[in-house]
Design a protein around this ligand. Structure first.
Ligand code: NAD
Length: 264
């Protein structure tokens, strides 16, 4: 139905979490996936439809190497998924312990922007050159509900995601005439991924003045109209649909996928 057979699709951060679920879905749909990540996933190391290319998305040299390797091997790029991202829960001002490790430092800010925002820019610009020349392509930006709603204790992370949503709208306006679509996907609370580590939960609980148990209760059923966390495969299904020609009139919009939790 989606007809993604032999499509050449780059997925950043495809070794873990949402990115891995997207890679799983795309290879089930017979696409060729280029997994661009700092690390590979052993599930894919022998897979003939997956090409791993070690890439730091915030490094222009790595991105240029990635695009050169993909074009040498496949000749063109059908789609990219800007998924690689990090989150550092930090307060703007820590009133309990001023300038603690939980206050947003300049280095934290630069890391978040470099990976989440600049990384998406670098890959999209490099890949879009090929897409514009071919008059064909799809760019998917993985955002977050926090980019739509803001988030206590995660202001810099949320700002990078709001920036991604703005990129989605502007790039769609610039690239539409070349038959290149740009679509955002903003997940809410999902099953555990590599981002939700104990260190992350400790930091977020601190920034919200809660225990980890209280924080987990916030993530619980009562906050989500559908009554459960989202599955990674549910995000991957949406991404696969948006890449496909079934979504040929969809561009410049960010889809909220949060079980009804946020407005979108
Ligand atoms: P994850 O930590 O499980 O996976 C992230 C992947 O990105 C890892 O494989 C990591 O190696 C890779 N990565 C990190 N920095 C990189 C870099 N500089 N260059 C290349 N690869 C890099 O995270 P996840 O939860 O699956 O998150 C994926 C995306 O989804 C992120 O953009 C995140 O902001 C977004 N998101 C996640 C959630 C959630 O609940 N997990 C909710 C909303 C949005």
């Amino acid at each position: 139905w989606l007809n993604l057979d032999n499509k050449v699709i780059i997925v950043t951060g495809g070794a873990s979490g949402i990115g891995k679920a997207i890679v799983d879905e795309l290879i089930a749909q017979q696409a060729h996936v280029i997994l661009a990540d700092l690390q590979n996933n052993t599930d894919f190391s022998q897979h003939h439809q997956v090409t791993f290319i070690k890439t730091n998305v915030s490094n222009k040299h790595d991105i240029d190497q990635l695009i050169t390797t993909v074009l040498d091997k496949f000749g063109h790029i059908d789609a990219i998924v800007n998924n690689a991202g990090i989150n550092l829960p930090r307060l703007l001002v820590d009133s309990k312990t001023p300038q603690s490790q939980y206050e947003l430092s300049e280095a934290d800010f630069d890391r978040l922007v470099n990976i989440n925002q600049k990384g998406a820019f670098l890959l999209t610009q490099a890949a879009a050159r090929n897409m514009v020349a071919n008059q064909h392509g799809v760019i998917i930006n993985i955002s977050s509900e926090s980019g739509l709603e803001g988030s206590e204790g995660q202001s810099a992370y949320a700002a990078t995601k709001a920036a991604i949503n703005s990129f989605t709208r502007s790039w769609a306006k610039e690239l539409g005439k070349f038959n290149v679509r740009v679509v955002g996907v903003a997940p809410g609370i999902l099953e555990t991924t590599g981002l939700r580590t104990p260190a992350y939960e400790d930091a977020l609980a601190y920034t919200r003045n809660k225990t980890v148990d209280q924080l987990r209760a916030d993530y619980g059923k009562s906050a989500i109209p559908i009554g459960r966390d989202g599955k990674l495969s549910e995000v991957a299904d949406l991404v696969a649909f948006l890449i496909s020609d079934r979504a040929s009139y969809i561009t410049g919009v960010t889809y909220n996928i949060s079980g009804g939790k946020s407005r979108g």
